[in-house]
Design a protein around this ligand. Sequence first.
Ligand code: NDP
Ligand SMILES: CCCCCC(=O)/C=C/[C@H]1[C@H](O)CC(=O)[C@@H]1CCCCCCC(=O)O
Length: 486
Amino acid sequence: MRPFFFFCCVHRGSPCLCLSCDPPTNLTSFLPSLHQRHGHTYFRAHIRSSSDTQGRRNLRSKIPLSPCGKFQHTREDRWGWKGKDALTFLSSAFTHYRTLLEMHDTASRGFISGSCRKVPEGVRGGKIVCMRAAGDTCSMISAFLQKTSGTRKDGTPVPENFRLEETTLAPELKDGEVLVRTLYLSVDPYMRCRMNEDTGAEYLTPWQLSECVDGGGVGVVESSRCTTCAEGDVVTSFNWPWQTHAVMAGSGLQKVDSQLVDGHLSYFLGAVGITGLTALLGIREKGYVTKGANQTMVISGAAGACGSIAGQIGRLDGCVRVVGICGSEDKCKALVEDLGFSAAINYRQEDVAARLKESCPAGIDVYFDNVGGAISDTVIAQMNNGGHVILCGQISQYNKDVPYPPPLSEETQENLRSKNITRERFMVLNYMSKVDAALFELSQWVKSAQIKVLETVVNGIENMGAAFCSMMKGGNIGKQIIKISA
Ligand SMILES: NC(=O)C1=CN([C@@H]2O[C@H](COP(=O)(O)OP(=O)(O)OC[C@H]3O[C@@H](n4cnc5c(N)ncnc54)[C@H](OP(=O)(O)O)[C@@H]3O)[C@@H](O)[C@H]2O)C=CC1
Ligand SMILES: CCCCCC(=O)/C=C/[C@H]1[C@H](O)CC(=O)[C@@H]1CCCCCCC(=O)O
C-alpha cells in the first residue's frame, strides 16, 4: 500500500485535514476501499511545534480513525476532510497527542493544551503519517546487535545479542528510494562471523552495535521513486535490514519472478536462492561429479538449507550413493524417507567412522563439507584417491576465534596430499554470472518435485535472534526462514 500524508492546516479559518499522495494517482479508488477493507485506520504521528527545538517529535502513537465524511478535492494533488469531519478527527487526534506528550515531553505540552476547536497556536504544518492500515502492524520494528558478556569471537550466540527497537520510517521517499514491506528474512551461519569485530573473512563486514542488523531478505515494494522498481514488485537483497518495513535504495534490490517458485516466495532465500545456488554451483564447480562414474557423495550438515539440496542434486547429477551426516534422528529420517538419500548418520549418537564404512562400501569420492572439524577429518580419512572436497562452510568452527577457513590437522593435510584429493574453497558469490541459469534449473527441479524443499518457519521479527541461535545449534530442518508479514 502506498504511504500517504495528512496535513493539519488552517483553511479559510477552519481546520482542514488534507491528504497528499505522491504521485497523486488512484486516490479516488484507493481511499473508499481503505475503510471497507480495514474498518479502522491507524496513524502514526509526527508533529512540529514552535517550542520544539529539535523540530520534529515522533510520538509513536496509534490513533484509531473512524470512517468519517467524504473526501473533497481541495487542490490538484490534495484530498481532504473539511469542516466538521476534520474537527472530529483533529479533536480525537489532539486528545491522543496530549496524553502522549504529557508522558513524553513537557516542552511541547503547551501547544496542544486547550481547545481543539481550532488548530492550536504553535503547530506549524503538523503532520500525521499513515504507516499502515491493518491492526497492529503499523510499527516498523528493527533488530540491532548488542553485546552480552561472553559472546564476541568465542562463544555461542544467545537471543539477548539482539534487541528490537520500534521506530518510524521517514515518510517521504527521495529519488531512487523505495518503501518495501518485508515478507521473509533469512538467518545464516555466516552471520555469526558478522557478530565479531573482525569477521575473519575478507568479504564480510561486521555488524555494528548501533546499526540495524541486515542479511538476506525478500519483500514487496509498497511505493517507489525508483525507475527500476514499481509498486507490487517482489524484490530481494543480501543486505536487507531486519525491519518490518524499510526505505531502501532501489538500485540495491533484485527483482524476482514469483512464477519461479510458484508463489512460495520464501524459496528465494533458500532452494531457489542463495543456499540452493550454493549447493548447485558448489557441486558443479568443485565436485567433479560425472554420470556413470559410480561415485559416492557424502554431505555434512546434510539436513540444513545447503546440505538438503546438495544431496538431492548429487543424486540427480549422477552419484550412485548419497549419504548425509546430521544431528538428529528426525533429520536422518527426513533425509532418507523424504529426500531420497541412500543413508543418514546421526553424528550426535552414532560412530561416524563406523557408519561411513558401512554406508559407503566403495569409499567416498565427493564430500560436500558444510561443517569442518572432527566430522570432516573422519570423512576425509575414508575418501578415495582423486576425490574432491567441496569446501562450502565450516559451521562447527564459527563460535571459535579462528580464521576462515580454519587450519586443518596435520593428519588430514597428509590424507589430502597423499591421496591427491582436491579441497577447493567455494564461494557462491564468485559465480554470479551463472546465477540466472542456475536459478532456472533449481526452479524447474523444485516445480517438478525432483527436488523437495524443507523449511523451518518461525513467525515474527521479535523471534529473529532466537531463530538465528536455534539454527546455529541445529534447531532447523531445511532452510530456517522467519516470516515477517503476509
Ligand atoms: N560457500 C558459500 O558460498 C556458502 C556457504 N555456506 C555454508 O554452508 C553451511 C550450511 O549453511 P546453511 O545451509 O545456510 O545452514 P544450515 O541450514 O545447514 O544450518 C546450520 C546447521 O549446521 C549444523 N551444525 C551446527 N553446529 C554444528 C557442529 N558443531 N557440527 C556439525 N553440524 C553443526 C546444524 O545441524 P545439525 O543438527 O546437523 O547439527 C544446523 O542446522 C555453513 O557452513 C555456511 O557457512 C552457506 C551459504 C553459502
Ligand atoms: C566466514 C564464514 C563464511 C563461510 C561461508 C559462508 O557461509 C558464506 C556465505 C555467503 C555466501 O557466499 C552467500 C551469502 O549470502 C553469504 C555471504 C553474504 C555476504 C553478505 C555481505 C554482507 C556484508 O558483509 O556487508
